[in-house]
Design a protein around this ligand. Structure first.
Ligand code: MG
Length: 466
């Protein structure tokens, strides 16, 4: 087993992920498949994959492991992550697997494991799979009960129909929106084209051919990767631009002026609309989201629930408390009435619905939102000191009633806010600062960078953490 297995941990924050044929070898994938098949007791498991070149290799290896555990494997071929999640629940499966590395570069691939409700496993459930894997508690089937493969048709169609059921199709059709779609040469194009045409949109497609090399742009929908989309929206006088990540669970929107809006803002617009339908509703978001979200949700009578950073945590929190909306700053919107997972095509349909209902351009809706300036920085901090540094920061800001779910987050009376959070993977503390005033933001960030640096120095002087 390669590097992944040496860590005694398979799952990261986004499932199992690694460079193909280095970390993620066919041998490892087959063993992971056997562990997953054992976990699902040889039941019915649905599998889909994104458009990566290594997809067929990783998928075949995982399938072979699942078959060895006696599973009936239902294949849907290439499909975005949220469509696979929907299909697992819709077709009554015992579990699901998505072969995807989301927004990572093309040499990566990964394996996400889904429960019967289509949501990724909780950390506790991942531990069960890891225990089967590392302690070799595999239960391979006897020769006569080895599994079989069935091709499942109609999954994407069912998914698109379900999305349409949550929006006013007639109102959207009447608006005859012109939209530029940029799926990053990823699988999002499969349902999105069908959906947008059903919604009567005139679609201009860029980076629309599925290509695992991602030749059009990097599959992470960050502003610096979306300049072509932004220009085209303005040039074509389109109403809207939308960019997905590689597996289309995240979506970033561009207004009719060609301005790219970060996920906090589109989430705030959806949250505002949602609260008119579900007054007083609870909305879930990670502590890394902008105060913009908090301000909008509270101003419209909603209740904001913070979680640790990570999309799986948001999904599980929504289900735990019965919340029907969640969102992340990176463009993940979780619309519970459809499914409590982030879903790019569903988010796109919601934004179109809101535009049709409002009868105003997206730029107008965006300009109405409270304005925040955001800056980020990082401070070096060895892994072994992170916990002590965090404790010291919590103590230091105790008088400010900090949020300590994941790192430390504090708010000042003028609305500025800082999150200081240890990175899960790198030897650094990340700082996210925001302020209502463009001049104030630099000071806020600099002050807190200095504080974190000082705490790191003090803790390491004391020889903390061994
Ligand atoms: Mg993704």
């Amino acid at each position: 087993m390669e590097a992944l297995a040496h860590r005694r941990r398979l799952f990261g924050t986004n499932g199992i992920r690694g460079v193909v044929n280095e970390e993620l070898t066919p041998e490892l994938c087959a063993r992971i498949g056997l562990a997953i098949g054992t976990y699902f007791n040889g039941g019915d498991v649905l599998i889909g994959r994104d458009g990566r070149l290594s997809g067929p290799m990783v998928e075949s290896a995982v399938i072979s492991g699942l078959l060895s555990a006696g599973c009936t494997v239902h294949t849907i071929g290439m499909a975005p992550t949220p469509a696979v999640q929907f299909a697992v629940k819709h077709f009554g499966m015992d579990g699901g697997v998505v072969i995807t590395a989301s927004h990572n570069p093309p040499e990566y691939n990964g394996i996400k494991v889904l429960r019967p409700d289509g949501v990724e496993l909780s950390r506790e459930q991942e531990l069960e799979v890891e225990e089967i894997f590392f302690e070799e508690k595999f239960r391979p089937a006897g020769w006569s009960s080895i599994g079989s493969i069935k091709e499942l048709k109609g999954a994407v169609e069912a998914y698109v129909e379900a999305i349409k059921g949550h929006v006013d199709v007639e109102a959207i059709r009447k608006a005859r929106f012109k939209i530029v779609l940029d799926p990053a040469n990823g699988v999002g194009v499969i349902p999105a084209l069908r959906l947008l045409r059903d919604l009567g949109c005139r679609v201009i497609l860029i980076n629309g051919e599925i290509d695992g090399r991602f030749p059009g742009r990097h599959p992470e929908p960050k502003p610096e990767n979306l300049t072509a989309l932004s220009k085209l929206v303005a040039m074509a006088r389109a109403d809207l631009g939308v960019a997905f990540d590689g597996d289309a669970d995240r979506s970033i929107f561009v207004d009719e002026l060609g301005r790219i809006h970060w996920g906090d803002k589109s989430f705030a617009i959806v949250a505002k609309w949602f609260l008119t339908r579900e007054p007083g509703g609870a909305i879930v978001t990670p502590v890394s989201s902008s105060s913009l979200v908090k301000e909008v949700v509270e101003a419209h009578g909603g209740k904001l629930i913070w979680t640790k950073v990570g999309s799986v945590v948001v999904s599980h929190k929504m289900m735990e408390i019965g919340s029907r909306l969640g969102g992340e700053e990176n463009g993940g919107i979780f619309y519970g009435p459809h499914q409590p997972v982030r879903d790019g095509p569903m988010s796109t349909a919601l934004v179109l619905h809101i535009l049709a209902e409002e009868g105003r351009p997206l730029s107008a809706l965006m300009d109405e939102l409270p304005r925040y300036y955001i800056m980020k920085a990082s401070v070096k901090c060895p892994h072994e000191l992170k916990q002590l540094v965090l404790e010291e920061l919590v103590a230091r800001f105790k008088h400010m009633n900090p949020l300590t779910i994941d790192g430390v987050r504090i708010w000042y009376p003028d609305g500025s806010s800082v999150l200081m959070r240890p990175s899960g993977t790198e030897p650094i503390f990340r700082l996210y600062a925001e302020a209502r005033d463009e001049r104030r933001i630099k000071d806020v960030l600099a002050e807190h960078v200095a504080i974190v640096e000082e705490v790191v120095r003090n803790v390491s002087k004391r020889g903390g953490g061994e």
